[in-house]
Design a protein around this ligand. Structure first.
Ligand code: FAD
Length: 290
């Protein structure tokens, strides 16, 4: 439980961080809140040559209203995301899901960008990023690029970030009026990782579902967009739970595990996760559809 030795550099600006990464090459890694990286170091599952601590890079913190989207700085803590009036007003799904992350201690240290860059399939925020079509703003010594959420999560703990790149912030599109949101999470104990989670955004007009976005947590090595559900739920009238209207949402939710590859672990077998995905998707659709 003792990490391998590494050099430690505490930087105070993004430019300094990028320059340090450029100098140190592929052996360097950035440190954000340390809530996921420090356990990996202690287990020697990660052994970077140099840790570049972003903790004092103030320009990467904070939430800004940018008109058609909200920009969340990568180093904004989960606590600050949940407390932000801008996030609550314009991206309530982000606030709902982030409030379920771990416990207050972790939420005060862990960061929005760290959670997404870590890309743990059991993490709550990657599915939300996929459902909302967020955009990841990335910088390196060579310049800036923007990666759509659909292209960001490549495999288990693997993202499109290249060595030397830092996630500086995430653009969350504002979806506008008529949308309802819900994040439904099934966990073994309160304040724990998701066994399965479902992020849902539903737009209704005249009592009918016109559009839905649904993404799943922990149903594969990356977050998964439940496109079969999104198509099946269009045109449904979510007026009631038990009758034909509620039945339409239930029928759509039955397709939640299509094209998924749920893992087997100490908490659940794949078939149980498939069952959970269907049940939780129904609940999430009902709640998001109001
Ligand atoms: C007890 C416990 C329970 C938890 N429960 C949950 C939970 O229920 N749901 C959930 O979603 N998460 C949970 N987490 C994880 C938590 O959300 C972490 O905050 C998060 O996974 C990592 O964020 P961090 O800021 O601590 O990143 P770090 O641990 O510092 O870094 C994680 C990885 O991301 C990279 N990285 C970080 N920031 C950047 C950046 N800006 N650019 C490029 N790369 C970057 C690092 O190099 C590292 O590889 C839990 C953690 C703990 C310790």
């Amino acid at each position: 439980m003792i990490p391998a030795s590494f050099d430690y550099v505490r930087v105070s600006s993004l430019d300094e961080a990028l320059e340090t990464l450029r100098e140190q090459g592929e052996e360097a890694k950035v440190l954000a809140g340390g809530q996921s990286l420090l356990p990996l170091l202690r287990l020697r599952l990660a052994y970077p040559g140099t840790l570049v601590d972003l903790g004092r890079v103030e320009e990467l913190r904070g939430v800004a209203d940018r008109g058609d989207h909200v920009l969340i700085g990568a180093m904004t803590t989960h606590y600050d995301v949940v407390a932000s009036p801008v996030v609550r007003e314009h991206c309530p799904l982000v606030a709902l899901a982030t409030a379920t992350v771990a416990d207050p201690a972790v939420r005060h240290r862990g960061t929005f960008g760290g959670s997404l860059a870590h890309a743990d399939p059991a993490g709550d925020l990657p599915a939300v990023a996929l459902a909302l079509d967020m955009e990841f703003v990335v910088r390196s010594a060579a310049g800036e690029r923007v990666i759509p959420a659909a292209d960001f999560f490549l495999d288990y703990l693997e993202t499109a970030l290249a060595p030397g790149e830092i996630l500086t912030g995430v653009r969350v599109p504002k979806l506008g009026p008529g949308w309802g949101f819900h994040y439904e999470k099934f966990h073994r104990t309160a304040q724990a990782w998701a066994i399965v989670g479902v992020a849902a955004a539903v737009r209704r007009s005249g009592g009918v579902v016109e559009e839905a976005r649904v993404a799943l947590t922990n149903m594969g090595p990356t977050p998964v967009r439940a496109t079969a559900v999104e198509q099946a739920v269009r045109g449904a009238e979510p007026g009631g739970n038990g009758g034909a209207a509620g039945g339409a949402l239930r029928a759509a939710a039955e397709r939640a595990d299509e094209d998924t590859d749920p893992p087997a672990d100490l908490h659940a077998r794949p078939d149980y996760r498939r069952h959970l995905a269907r049940v939780l998707t129904h609940r999430a659709l009902l709640a998001a559809a109001g």
